[in-house]
Write a protein that binds this ligand. Structure first.
Ligand code: HEC
Length: 168
């Protein structure tokens, strides 16, 4: 009997063994149970009001009081984006179509505020800002939140920010 077939058989066996070893080496270690997928953060409408809309409304008011029209224009734009953001997260809230109601109530006074800022009209700003503030409260009343009463800021809650116009 020739030794060749035996040698071949051994070689094949060795290769198979090596291949099996390779497979074992490559197969990933048993993974522990995957951690739960992170939950997307969905702030409540009250959160968004407190985090974005309220401070921007405040800053807009403070800028207007200081006749800082450059910053007021910026704050108005930020407030507009805050309204859009809240409506995007909560297009409908309870029985209220927030997106529609926001658009319907805030659009006109926001435009009036923008016009006053553009013309640097302090009295016009005060009047338009008061109407904008009234729409905050009108919506709160319409959504059974009439106890949330917004007013023009009295003093600043932002001690680290200067709202006065900057000299160029
Ligand atoms: C389209 C309707 C709507 C408009 C417009 C609106 N709000 Fe609201 N707001 C709500 C609703 C509804 C809640 C209550 C949300 C809740 O209870 O989760 C609320 C809650 C709030 C709260 C939270 C109250 C608290 O003390 O925690 C603040 C602050 C607030 N709004 C400020 C404003 C300001 C400032 C404006 C205007 C610049 C405004 N809102 C305009 C509907 C509106």
């Amino acid at each position: 009997m020739s030794l060749k077939p035996i040698a071949l058989a051994l070689l094949t066996g060795a290769l198979t063994f090596a291949a099996a070893g390779l497979v074992i080496a490559q197969s990933p270690a048993p993974t522990p149970a995957a951690p739960p997928a992170p939950q997307a953060f969905k702030p409540s409408l009250g959160d968004l009001m407190t985090m974005t809309i309220q401070p921007r409304h405040t800053k807009l008011g403070l800028a207007g009081q200081e006749k800082n029209w450059t910053y007021a224009a910026y704050a108005l734009h930020e407030l507009e984006e805050s309204f859009e953001g809240a409506a995007a997260v909560w297009p409908v809230y309870g029985k209220t179509n927030v997106a529609e109601l926001m658009e319907a109530t805030t659009k006109e006074p926001m435009e009036a505020v923008a016009a006053a800022i553009k013309s640097g009209n302090a009295a016009g700003f005060g009047e338009a800002y008061a109407r904008l503030t009234a729409t905050c409260n009108a919506c709160h009343q319409a959504t059974e939140r009439g106890f949330i009463v917004i007013q023009a800021p009295r003093g600043t809650p932002f001690p680290d920010q200067d709202f006065r116009p900057q000299k160029p």
